[in-house]
Design a protein around this ligand. Structure first.
Ligand SMILES: [Zn+2]
Ligand SMILES: [Zn+2]
Length: 154
């Protein structure tokens, strides 16, 4: 694998004031259906590419950080309002997760799981067969792998 160039994931906000780059593979890419992500973005759900903080460099401008709950920060561009990150240190690991729509090539990093699926909007689901976790995925088993209609149909 030494011959493979390391993946470089670049992105930024809508107005271009804030730019970032992450080097190496993301830890995971998740669809998050939680109420807090929904409120922060105004979207029915979010998709986040998770990196260790050490993989990430902000290459232009400064993100504005909002502490949404103790230990959890969410950043955005103060000029254009673009939602940029979820940032925290769960389990001692310092993470910066980028909202997928801020990446220059969001197509490069497809999501592999749904988290907080238990908080999803009932009228919104996706027709994939990715594992669905009712809350977070740590130390837990997914409660389904299909859209919600199939879950309730048993
Ligand atoms: Zn901006
Ligand atoms: Zn969330």
């Amino acid at each position: 694998m030494a011959d493979q160039p390391e993946r470089r994931t670049s992105g930024g906000c809508m107005c271009g004031a804030v730019r970032f780059e992450a080097v190496g593979e993301p830890i995971i890419v998740t669809h998050c259906h939680c109420n807090s992500c929904r409120r922060h973005t105004g979207a029915p759900l979010v998709t986040l590419a998770s990196f260790e903080a050490g993989q990430v460099r902000f290459t232009k401008g400064e993100r504005k950080v909002y502490t949404s709950s103790p230990g959890v920060k969410r950043a955005f561009c103060a000029d254009c309002g673009t939602t940029l990150t979820w940032e925290s240190d769960p389990r001692g690991q310092s993470l910066i997760e980028f909202h997928i729509g801020t990446l220059d090539d969001p197509n490069a990093l497809p999501a592999s799981v749904h988290v907080f699926h238990g908080e999803r909007l009932p009228w919104f689901d996706t027709a994939d067969h990715l594992p669905r976790y009712e809350t977070n995925r740590h130390g837990k088993e997914p409660y389904g792998h299909t859209p919600a209609d199939d879950l309730s149909a048993g």
